[in-house]
Design a protein around this ligand. Structure first.
Ligand SMILES: CSC[C@H]1O[C@H](OP(=O)(O)O)[C@H](O)[C@@H]1O
Length: 338
C-alpha cells in the first residue's frame, strides 16, 4: 500500500478519499492539481504532504514553457505552500527543494527529482528508526490505542506511530491495536483499514470509547503521530489528540508521540503559535459513509462509567448537590422527614 510514487514527471497518489471502498490511484502531471490533491486530502498526513509537495515542485518545473524560469518556480512553490498550514513537513520540504533550483530548467528538474527522492528515502529510514524505538513497548498481550492515521497512508513506508506495529507483527508478536475512528474525516478508520490489510489485530472504536478502554485497564500505551512540534515540546496533532492525552493522564496510561525531526519547528516557541487549519463545515455536517471492511472487530459499548471524582455536581429538581455518599443520603433522608 503505497500512498505516493513518482516516475519521470508523473506523480501517482493513492486517493485516500475513496478508501476503503475503492483503491483508486490518480496520476498527476500539473502542480496545480497536486496542490488541490493536498487541499482535498487525496493525500494527507504530515510526512506524505511534505513528500508530495517536493515532487509537486519537480512536476511544476517540467511545466515551464517561457519567461523567467526562476519566477515560474517561485509561483509553483508559492502555490504548494498555500495548501495546508499546520503540518510543518510541507514547509520544510519546500525549503529543501527550493535550495536546488537554478536558472537551468533541465538541471533543476533532475536536482528536484533527486532531492524529492532523498526526502522520500529519509522518511523511510525515519519510519524504521521510530518503529524500532517504539517496538520495545510492543510485547505479547499488549494493547495500544492510536488516533488518526500516522501510518503507511501518511508517510513513505511503515508510518510513524504505526511503525512499531508493523515491525512487531513481522516478528510474530501477539498484540492488539484499538484505532479511534477520528471524526470528522475518519482517518482512524484508515488506520484500521491499513493495519487489518497487514493482518494486524485491530479493532475500530468511536473516539468516545477510548476513555472506557483505559478505564477498563485494557490499554498499555497510546501512540499518536504529529504535524508540528514547537520548541517547548508542545505537539499539534489531529483534533481529538488533546482529550486523549488528558484521559491517558487521568488513567496513568503512557502517551507517546511519534515525531520525525522534520516535524519539529524550533522557530515556534510554544504550541499556541502554530497555525491550526480549519476545514469546511460540510466535513462535520455531512457524514462520510465509512463502512470499514475489517472482520467484524468492532467494540461498540452503548454505555460507560464516569467516576464521581470527575463530576462537579449532580443537579436535581431540589438543586445541586456534591457527588458524594453523604450528600445523596442527606437528600433522601430530608424527603423521609417531610
Ligand atoms: C505521521 S503523522 C500524520 C498526521 O497527519 C494527520 O493529519 P491529516 O490527516 O489532516 O493530514 C494527523 O494529524 C496525523 O497524526
Amino acid at each position: 500500500m503505497k500512498a505516493i510514487s513518482y516516475k519521470e514527471g508523473q506523480l501517482t497518489l493513492l486517493d485516500q478519499t475513496a478508501l476503503p471502498h475503492q483503491t483508486v490511484y490518480r496520476t498527476y502531471t500539473e502542480h496545480e492539481k497536486i496542490a488541490r490533491a493536498i487541499e482535498d486530502m487525496v493525500v494527507r498526513g504530515a510526512p506524505a504532504i511534505g513528500i508530495t509537495a517536493a515532487y509537486g515542485v519537480a512536476v511544476g518545473a517540467r511545466e515551464y514553457q517561457r519567461g523567467s524560469f526562476r519566477e515560474h518556480m517561485m509561483r509553483v512553490i508559492e502555490r504548494l505552500q498555500h495548501t495546508r498550514p499546520t503540518a510543518v513537513n510541507l514547509h520544510w520540504a519546500l525549503r529543501r527543494v527550493h535550495a536546488v533550483i537554478t536558472e537551468n530548467p533541465a538541471e533543476t528538474i533532475q536536482a528536484l527529482e533527486e532531492e524529492a527522492a532523498q526526502i522520500f528515502q529519509e522518511d523511510q529510514a525515519i519510519n524504521l528508526a521510530i518503529g524500532q524505538h517504539l517496538k520495545r513497548l510492543v510485547t505479547d498481550s499488549s494493547a495500544f490505542l492510536i488516533h488518526c492515521n500516522p501510518g503507511r497512508l501518511a508517510t513513505s513506508d511503515y508510518g510513524t506511530a504505526t511503525a512499531p506495529f508493523y515491525l512487531a507483527h513481522e516478528e510474530g508478536t501477539q498484540f492488539k491495536v484499538y484505532s479511534g475512528e477520528t471524526r470528522p474525516r475518519l482517518q482512524g478508520a484508515l488506520t484500521a483499514y491499513e493495519l487489518s490489510q497487514a493482518g494486524i489485530d485491530v479493532t475500530i472504536i468511536t473516539d468516545s470509547t477510548a476513555a472506557t478502554l483505559m478505564q477498563q485497564g485494557k490499554i498499555t500505551a497510546v501512540f499518536v503521530g504529529c504535524d508540528r512540534v514547537a520548541a517547548n515540546g508542545d505537539v499539534v496533532n489531529k483534533i481529538g489528540t488533546l482529550p486523549l492525552a488528558i484521559t491517558a493522564h487521568y488513567f496513568n496510561v503512557p502517551f507517546y508521540v511519534a515525531a520525525p525531526t522534520p516535524t519539529f519547528d524550533l522557530s515556534i516557541e510554544d504550541g499556541g503559535a502554530i497555525p491550526i487549519e480549519e476545514r469546511h463545515a460540510t466535513e462535520v455536517t455531512h457524514l462520510r459513509d465509512q463502512a470499514v471492511t475489517i472482520e467484524g472487530a468492532v467494540y461498540n459499548p452503548a454505555f460507560d462509567i464516569t467516576p464521581a471524582a470527575l463530576i462537579t455536581a449532580i443537579v436535581t429538581e431540589q438543586g445541586a448537590i456534591e457527588p458524594t455518599y453523604e450528600a445523596i443520603q442527606n437528600l433522601f433522608s430530608k424527603g423521609e422527614k417531610q
